[in-house]
Design a protein around this ligand. Structure first.
Ligand SMILES: [Zn+2]
Length: 416
């Protein structure tokens, strides 16, 4: 199926965009539909790349609003872990479908996920039409190192059988939940198979002081010594990284994903040091984290909080220009995260959005600034992923059934 969009607005010019085989075939003022094309008349609608959510636990939509006022450890111990012990594939499937419906509605085409039962996540992502990098969490703080490795190897095999929208990854939870040996094994397994290595790092100040006490070095330095910092490494959070760590991360080509809303909700007491990361030329992306600790998956809403918290923390309103902030949300400043998307040019994945340009939020002013500071995901009219139209007119087809089925699963788990 070939899709052609006509009349869209890109950088002030009216353009057409033709997709074939999931990629952008042509884009420009002269591009027009050909006989037999599926067409979208986008007259006057701004065209932008789709968004990339660099860190999520999609199925945790089931836990949205469940104990969200508790401190982190009580929330985990009293609410989340007891319920996670009862999870079945269908819980993860419908929780992820709910997350995907919200991501499609708010303009996200691709996300990086770490959660239990990753095959169920993959099935939901494929059924929804999105793309995801998926890994089951690796940890052995309970001493079950060999069981964890065996489980994850099985999950990797199963994920490798899925279609092109799914990329398996190694996802050690963190340096405090995974032993040195398990982290090394995950790094080696990722390197052997050419897969990404996705981990929470330097989220809390406690994590840094514990790492210094246990290993005599800071978290990123520790990971570098283990040989797991590289071009396929994604570090979620990075709130407490110092300048030397950022230099190392940049030198190894690793990516840092800021999760400002989750950080503020859990009150970690800081923000990812973006000005220093930018000086060091670190690849930076944006994530929501799980809906249990955010509680939204609307990346444009989080982008505003990212930009505001950076300006506020720096005492400087120039630290992250709007166009640059938008590039962080589309993955254009973190090539690994976006997998070649994040730019609208022939050969790039056909992942893009058409926006309500005549709505109150985007009616006036500079588009990038409006998208960062005035908009939320509600300005997205059309979401196209791999050349397939997943949403047109701001409503995701079938969302009523998805919400109802997710609610049934939440009832089964005793959450509601
Ligand atoms: Zn997380």
């Amino acid at each position: 199926m070939t899709l052609t969009v006509s009349g869209a607005v890109l950088d002030g010019a009216t353009v057409g965009l033709r997709c074939a085989d999931g990629a952008i075939e042509a884009i420009g003022p002269e591009v027009a539909p050909q006989a037999g094309d599926e067409t979208i008349d986008a007259a006057g609608m701004p065209l932008v790349p789709a968004l990339v959510n660099g860190h999520a636990h999609a199925a945790m939509t089931l836990f949205r609003g469940y104990g969200g006022d508790l401190p982190l450890m009580r929330w985990l111990a009293e609410r989340i872990w007891p319920v996670e012990a009862k999870l079945e594939d269908e819980d993860v499937y419908w929780g992820t479908r709910l997350a995907c419906a919200e991501m499609i509605r708010t303009g996200t085409s691709r996300f990086w996920d770490m959660y239990w039962r990753p095959e169920a996540t993959a099935r939901a992502v494929e059924d929804a039409g999105l793309r995801a990098h998926i890994g089951g969490p690796l940890f052995d703080a309970d001493g079950r190192t060999e069981e964890t490795k065996a489980r994850v190897l099985g999950e990797l095999e199963a994920l490798a059988e899925r279609g092109p929208a799914i990329e398996p990854s190694l996802a050690p939870h963190s340096i405090y939940m995974a032993s040195e040996g398990l982290l090394r094994w995950a790094g080696e397994t990722a390197a052997e198979r050419g897969l990404a290595f996705h981990i929470h790092l330097s989220e809390t100040e406690q994590e840094v002081s514990d790492c210094l006490a246990a290993h005599g070095e800071r978290p990123a330095t520790y990971l570098d010594r283990l040989g797991v910092l590289g071009e396929r490494t994604v570090l979620a959070h990075g709130v407490w990284l110092d300048e030397a760590e950022l230099e190392t991360i940049a030198a190894r080509g690793a990516t840092v994903v800021a999760n400002p809303v989750a950080n503020m909700k859990l009150a970690v007491g800081g923000v990812m040091p973006y000005p220093a990361a930018r000086r060091a030329r670190v690849a930076v992306g944006l994530g929501t984290d799980g809906a249990g600790s955010n509680d939204s998956l609307d990346l444009l809403a989080d982008l505003k909080l990212f930009a505001l918290s950076q300006r506020h923390a720096a005492g400087d309103p120039t630290v992250v220009p709007s166009a640059e902030a938008l590039e962080i949300a589309t993955g254009a400043r973190a090539p690994l995260l976006a997998g070649g998307a994040g730019r609208l040019e022939p050969g790039a994945p056909a992942d893009f959005l058409l926006l309500r340009g005549d709505g109150p939020e985007l009616g006036l002013g500079e588009l990038a600034s409006d998208l960062v500071y005035a908009a939320s995901g509600s300005v997205v009219d059309t979401t196209v992923v791999a050349g397939r139209t997943l949403m047109r007119g701001g409503a995701v087809e079938g969302v009523e059934e998805i919400v109802a089925r997710a609610a049934e699963r939440a009832d089964r788990l005793g959450i509601r």
